[in-house]
Write a protein that binds this ligand. Structure first.
Ligand code: F6R
Length: 609
């Protein structure tokens, strides 16, 4: 996730900016840069890789000046490179930006027609040109940033500098956080409070649409109409470590709570509502290719494989396309009957998982078209694939994958819609209907997160148990697998996920009063069958934890604990069940006193076989 820092005051800016960027390192980044104004000259230093590279560059080519902005970039548009690193310049203006500009292509075409040249592949550069264009119309920097923001669709936090006003930083935001602070040395801004704590504990949070104006003497906030806003100071009591986690005790729970935003970001700008279509420009596959693809293969490992299994149920039901799902390490060592023109979808958070990468290479050798659903821009898988859908999760720091999983499932929803529309299986009206359902998901997830305390209470009742069984059917069978995986990897409790109908073929022998059984029982066409499985469990005295559709009273007296899930179309329910099970596993692990972010024996990225 990108980070922003800015300073104007009586001290040298570069060391303050660099220290601030170091405090933002925890967010993950692939390149970094700063811009300062020194004696009326705008100077930019940028480098790819670790901040130590930027540090070395600044040691070699030092910069002076008491005003500057800095940025750590986590690529979303364009690979990690010096050219794509921020700050971005247009004439005497320089910009740093967090977020995603949805309409950047339209703006880019407009600006190119006006003679602006683009040096990067980023969406950010349009903002620099828009601000520069407004300045040529005689605007102040604050007015120029306000006018530029009126053209932007998407999410952003921006900071801007202009040689024309060498003692002012202007900032604005929409949907991305931006915080400011002031002390006797000057004014500071950042994308979160972490780097500000070294300078002040009293901060000002900018609200969407507001403009922050920072000078050495003061901070000012104006609204969209240019009217002064009196924004109160907020006292921050967190220490730096707590601030990195946004006030949450661990990265895992922070990342679980980021999911409404991740889902909204992964959908953002990727559909055309009027025609009910998905808009996936990096897919690099023609309609013809998608129509002629005989079969879809999905290959991944671990949690990403569970997302792939959700994809199988989704594609087969929603767009009637046969799908074969494989684990990376299995696919690469058997003789898969993959053919030229098949569509091969590799799913990976990191884009570096050895087994998934090798499977994708194998598929390429057979002439399949390889599409990557991946989180890390510029990762090996993203580079080697023919096309990409990036999940826009930001870095996932906790070893156990949570938000990456939901991002992957959302990317599969978009892909299903795209293929469905291209193949004519879905009409424009049906496409719009699905989009309406997709767009509802963030608020439904929010609803679950608000009831975290209920899941914590369930965890309190069962966290000492030694074995758990998770049962699900249909599209929620992969979620039973995922729920069990989350529990085992962070709590070290033995847990198994099973297709509910398969229980009687073996695992039923394990069931007794010591084995909690988590049953996913949405009100779908398989509901009655799932209830029957639940009865079989009850008959053997096992405690049942039932996750049911909101309003379902029937299971209340049959289960030890019930957690209601908001109503959504059954094909979209996996995201909601997954979030609830993430929280259940998280609280069980916390109650057992374990380090949830760094479970034993596990690595975040498995680059070996
Ligand atoms: C589980 C988990 C792993 C990963 C797996 C694949 O919480 O994180 O099972 O899902 O190692 O990793 P990626 O998605 O990076 O290929």
């Amino acid at each position: 996730m990108c980070g922003i820092i800015g300073f104007v005051g009586s001290q040298q800016a570069a060391p303050i900016l660099l220290n601030g960027l170091k405090r933002l390192e925890y967010r993950g980044y692939d390149s970094a840069g700063i811009a300062v104004i020194d004696n009326g000259e705008l100077i930019i230093r940028r480098s790819v890789g670790k901040l130590s590279q930027l540090d070395a560059l600044l040691a070699e080519q030092p910069v002076g000046g008491t005003i500057g902005i800095g940025h750590t970039r986590w690529a979303t548009h364009g690979r990690p490179s010096e050219q794509n690193a921020h700050p971005h310049r247009s004439g005497d203006v320089v910009i740093v930006h967090n977020g995603i500009i949805e309409n950047y292509l339209a703006l880019k075409h407009r600006l190119e027609a006006q003679g602006y040249r683009f040096d990067s592949e980023t969406d950010t550069e349009v903002i620099a040109h828009l601000v520069a264009a407004a300045l040529t119309r005689g605007r102040t920097l604050a007015q120029a940033v306000r006018e530029a923001a009126q053209d932007l669709q998407g999410s952003y936090a921006i900071a801007a500098l202009s040689v024309a006003e060498p003692a002012t930083i202007v900032t604005t935001r929409s949907g991305c956080p931006l915080v400011m602070a002031h002390n006797e040395q000057g004014s500071f801004l950042a994308s979160d409070v972490t780097p500000l704590l070294a300078h002040s504990r009293d901060v000002v949070y900018l609200e969407d649409g507001e403009i922050g104006i920072l000078t050495p003497e003061r901070l000012a906030v104006v609204d969209e109409a240019g009217q002064a806003v009196d924004r109160p100071l907020v006292r921050i009591d967190w220490d730096a470590e707590a601030a990195e986690k946004g006030g949450y005790p661990d990265f895992m729970v922070k990342e679980i709570h980021e999911q409404p935003r991740v889902i909204a970001d992964t959908l953002r700008g990727r559909y055309r509502y009027d025609s009910g279509e998905a808009d996936l420009p990096d897919l690099a596959m023609t309609a013809e290719e998608l129509i002629h693809a005989r079969r879809i293969w999905i290959v991944a490992c671990g949690t990403s494989w569970h997302a792939g299994l959700v994809g199988k149920y989704l594609f087969e039901e929603m767009i009637r396309k046969p799908v074969q799902v494989d684990i990376g390490s299995e696919f690469r060592y058997r003789e898969p009957m993959i053919q030229k023109d098949d569509l091969f979808v590799a799913i990976s958070q990191s884009g570096e998982t050895a087994d998934t990468l090798e499977a994708a290479r194998e598929a390429k050798k057979h002439g399949a078209r390889v599409l990557a659903i991946v989180n890390v821009v510029g990762s090996t898988l993203a580079r080697e694939a023919d096309g990409v859908i990036y999940t826009r999760c930001g870095p996932e720091i906790s070893v156990a994958s949570t938000k990456a999983f939901t991002g992957q499932v959302i990317a599969l929803y978009l892909l299903a819609l795209h293929i469905g529309r291209v193949r004519g299986i879905l009409s424009a009206e049906e496409g719009r209907w699905w989009l309406d359902q997709y767009l509802m998901i963030p608020s439904r997830v929010e609803h679950i997160l608000k009831r975290e305390a209920d899941l914590r209470s369930i965890a309190e009742r069962f966290y000492t148990k030694r074995n758990f069984l998770y049962l699900g059917r249909g599209i929620n069978y992969p979620i039973a697998l995922e729920g069990a995986l989350k529990l085992k990897e962070i709590s070290y409790i033995h847990a198994e996920g099973y297709a509910a109908g398969e229980m009687k073929h073996g695992p039923i022998a394990l069931i007794d009063e010591e084995m909690p059984v988590v049953v996913l029982a949405p009100r779908d066409r398989l509901y009655e069958k799932t209830v029957n499985n639940l009865m079989e469990v009850r008959a053997r005295n096992a405690p049942v934890i039932a996750l049911v559709t909101e309003g379902d009273q029937e299971l209340a007296h049959l289960a030890e604990a019930v957690f209601p899930i908001p109503h959504v179309h059954p094909l979209l329910s996996p995201v909601l069940f997954a979030v609830a099970l993430q929280l259940l596993a998280y609280h069980i692990a916390v109650l057992r006193g374990l380090d949830v972010d760094r479970p034993r024996n596990l690595a975040k990225c498995v680059t070996v076989e």
